[in-house]
Design a binder for this molecule. Sequence first.
Ligand code: HPA
Length: 280
Amino acid sequence: MFTRANYQTAANVILSRTAYQPTVGLILGSGLGGLADAIEVADTIPTTEIPRWPRSTVEGHAGRLVIGRLEGQTVLALQGRVHYYEGYTMQEVTFPVRVMQTLGIKTLFVTNAAGGLNKDYHAGDLMLISDHINLPGLIGHNPLGGPNDNELGSRFPDMTTAYDVAFRQKAHEAAAQAGFTLREGVYVCVSGPSFETPAEIRMLRTLGADAVGMSTAPEVVVARHAGMRVMGVSVVTNIVVDTPGVQQTGLHEEVLATGAQVAPRLIALLRSVLSTLGTA
Ligand code: HPA
């Protein structure tokens, strides 16, 4: 179990490496690390140099923090989250969010690569997350399991408004103005790392999910426990196969390639939301 002291030690190392005081956190999903290039006058810290920070083991996840200015805000971007399927506990997976909380970050913008379950979706679509189904959490792998530190948040945090309505409204306006389609739907988190079988895909659809991925929901649970406002965007990198006997190959490569294509649209969404936060 981590304690507040662990988060504070990590936060102190970050603060010793930058003069910035970030107020906005940004978690960049598979193939989306390039978004950090939009951050101006940035300081960069490899996460291997931060005590207790879990190490990224997956291609497409660099493992560094980029801290600087974007749209009048001071942001801290994480390139290279870690996942439950890498063998980390849910507490380790969400360690970066706790460090963000300790740094005083109040807003979290989280992105991921996801498979499209909704039959109207196409590869390359962006989906604003309206709600999530945290499947690992529902069966006992919730990052808030175990003793609760009341200084960090309440024992039974509310999740009914996890994805900020005002941010979503703003993102839709930005997409309309820029002239691209922005989907909105339910993200289901699975533990992975194997992709879903056709039967699992049909099950997830029946549950009411529009996109499936292997991250995000645990981070958002912790961010809400921490009282942060959250916006989540899934990049639909592939349309899932729901028919037995149809083989899909090269999925991870597809995931990484799509991320690079959609970066400009994601940045437009990010900028629009940041511009609502006032001067900082
Ligand atoms: N399934 C689960 N996770 C994913 C997928 C998928 O099809 N695509 C990108 N991440």
